[in-house]
Design a binder for this molecule. Structure first.
Ligand code: SF4
Length: 300
């Protein structure tokens, strides 16, 4: 499928995420095309497919928003009161960003109008992230800045199966390290956890993590079930995965890195669901779907 890159005019800069936080995505689509990507749903929202979870074409198109800074000025009162996720449905440091340069003017806007917290989400290479480090350092003096850096395994063969178009592990180690050496707070996103050796993974990446590691599963039984079945069937066994997540957590904590760990025991899943329901009631939000059987919530 040929790749298409297209400018678009956005109607708003900020989009709501779960809770009271907001996100900014200068791009729609993502060239990294990870097999487990939840943003694949954008295929559906942008009318490129009729199916919500259809991978067809994901990674072959990117739309970039040409009017974000203009919109940010209109929405700045909201920004000052918010925690902002920067790039939660794309990667803001895809290689095309080097040419398009959408991110620096947005960071410059934040320097003038700092949010409560800015969380950059990326798996970009050192080459791609380096340009904006001075701006993030400046912004760190004015507000809390955190880079949530995604690395899901210590195994390059695993990376090639689940994220064949994303940067290699060596490139990502350099990226994470660069942020760390620049004094920017880093969190390691191991979400979803992919087949890994917990000890080697922690030994390799823990030295560059200042905040914590987030360990969780994600759509193992939706988008990536076939890949797990073909290459790593033991990773479809919930108790095996639970044990691997625990072990990964232990290895990081041994090295002085705190963790957030999303247990997948039935009790933990039920508890999370009850918490979500409570939040929905508190915030008087309508549920997206009415679910009567908590087994249907098996997002693992
Ligand atoms: S980098 Fe992020 S947005 Fe891009 S395909 Fe991977 S998971 Fe999706």
């Amino acid at each position: 499928m040929p790749f298409t890159l297209k400018p678009i005019v956005a109607r708003q800069a900020l989009t709501s995420t779960y809770g009271s936080n907001i996100a900014i995505n200068p791009y729609q689509g993502c060239v990294f095309a990870c097999e487990f990507c939840s943003a694949i749903k954008m295929n559906f929202f942008t009318g490129r497919t009729k199916e919500k979870w259809d991978k067809t074409g994901w990674g072959t198109w990117v739309d970039y928003k040409t009017n974000l800074v203009e919109l940010l000025h209109k929405e700045k009162e909201k920004i000052k009161k918010s925690k902002i996720y920067f790039g939660n449905a794309t990667d803001i440091y895809m290689p095309i960003e080097r040419k398009l340069g959408l991110i620096p003017p947005i960071l410059e806007f934040f320097l003038e109008n700092p949010p409560i917290e800015l969380e950059v989400q990326t798996r970009g290479t050192a080459r791609d992230i380096a340009r904006d480090i001075p701006l993030l350092q400046e912004l760190s003096k004015k507000t809390s800045v955190l880079v949530s850096y995604s690395i899901h395994t210590d195994r390059e063969d695993v990376r090639k199966i689940f994220e064949p178009k994303a940067p290699s592990l060596l490139e990502r180690e350099r990226g994470l390290r660069l942020y760390n050496e620049a004094g920017i707070e880093t969190r390691l996103s191991c979400m979803p956890i992919l087949p890994l050796n917990p000890e080697i993974y922690a030994e390799r990446f823990a030295p560059f993590v200042t905040k914590r590691v987030w360990i969780a599963t994600m759509n193992h039984k939706q988008l990536t079930k076939d890949l797990f079945q073909k290459h790593f069937p033991e990773w479809l066994d919930e108790s095996f995965v639970e044990a691997m997540m625990q072990k990964t957590r232990e290895e990081f904590e041994k090295r002085g890195v705190k963790s957030f760990y999303n247990s997948i025991t039935p009790e933990a899943k039920k508890e999370r669901w009850e918490w979500r329901e409570k939040k929905i009631v508190e915030r008087k939000l309508k549920p997206i779907a009415v679910i009567t059987d908590t087994n249907q919530l098996n997002l693992f």
